[in-house]
Design a protein around this ligand. Structure first.
Ligand SMILES: [Zn+2]
Ligand SMILES: [Zn+2]
Length: 273
């Protein structure tokens, strides 16, 4: 199995376990690399004591450095003030939050009720218009947060299995998604296959969905596998299925973050087999 996970949350944000417990679990699983990606959200989202988080990850990184390469990362929302943080070794750029013309913000993955209410309030109940606004925000992610990884590209579908508010095969939806995907795939960035929602029983499909993943392959995009784990039991969760899905979509390799001889992080292409 592919064993490197860089999308991991701890109790410093909305996860359950400490970084050290996560690292010990990863060591037990035989991981050689892992990365922590605490939430860095705009004020409407999860707030984290970023200074304490970074100090603790560095402590754990140094303690176990002979056994495992631990990377200090962050999951930065597209609307986060990226200039306010320095010292991260990698960034997952994720769009959770939309900002409306009146300055109000809401998250597309908060709850069905929040999504429904805001769709009514700002888009007259038109979910296709809401998804278009989501992808317009997503398209700005490279310029805003300079990510190494694009997180859960089509998170706007978070509640679609239960709400069926969008026909994912309708060009009204997927055309905007594809255009945004193609645009972002030209940048020096990796797209994650995010197993988090599948692992937690929230969705049947990974992010991005099969149609988008096939298109990403055609656009020449690069992938990483992500557990988006919020506890130690889900590190690398779903990776076997994700690797099968990736191969089905034409990918032969995924990327792993390693440490070069000078100690700096480098991305290395690795076979999915
Ligand atoms: Zn996220
Ligand atoms: Zn996450």
């Amino acid at each position: 199995m592919f064993k490197a996970d860089y999308h991991l949350h701890t109790k410093y944000c909305d996860g359950k376990d400490s970084p050290e417990d996560m690292a010990l679990a990863a060591l037990d699983m035989g991981l050689k690399q892992m990365g922590f990606s605490g939430h860095m959200d705009p004020p409407a989202g999860v707030s984290m004591d970023i200074e304490s988080y970074m100090a603790e990850i560095i402590r754990v990184r140094e303690k176990y450095r002979d056994s495992i390469d631990i990377f200090l990362g962050g999951e930065m929302d597209c609307l986060f003030d990226a200039e306010s943080v320095s010292g991260l070794e990698y960034i997952i750029g994720s769009t959770h939050t939309l900002k409306m013309d009146d300055g109000e913000m809401f998250s597309v993955d908060d709850s069905e009720e929040v999504l429904k209410n805001n769709c009514e309030r700002y888009f007259g109940g038109d979910y296709y218009a809401l998804s278009k606004a989501y992808y317009e925000t997503e398209a700005r992610i490279i310029d805003r947060v300079h990510p190494d990884i694009i997180g859960h590209f089509d998170l706007v579908l978070r509640f679609n299995d239960s709400m069926h508010f969008i026909d994912e095969d309708d060009p009204k939806y997927y055309k905007t998604a594809l255009d945004t995907l193609e645009y972002l795939s030209k940048a020096d960035v990796h797209f994650e296959i995010n197993c988090g929602a599948v692992n937690r029983g929230r969705k049947k499909e990974f992010y991005p969905n099969t149609r988008l993943l096939k298109a990403l392959r055609e656009f020449g995009g690069r992938i990483v596998l992500s557990g988006d784990a919020h506890d130690k039991d889900h590190i690398c969760g779903g990776f076997e299925e994700a690797a099968i899905k990736a191969r089905e979509c034409g990918f032969k390799s995924a990327f792993v973050l390693k440490r070069g001889k000078d100690g700096r992080p480098i991305w290395v292409e690795t076979s999915l087999d």
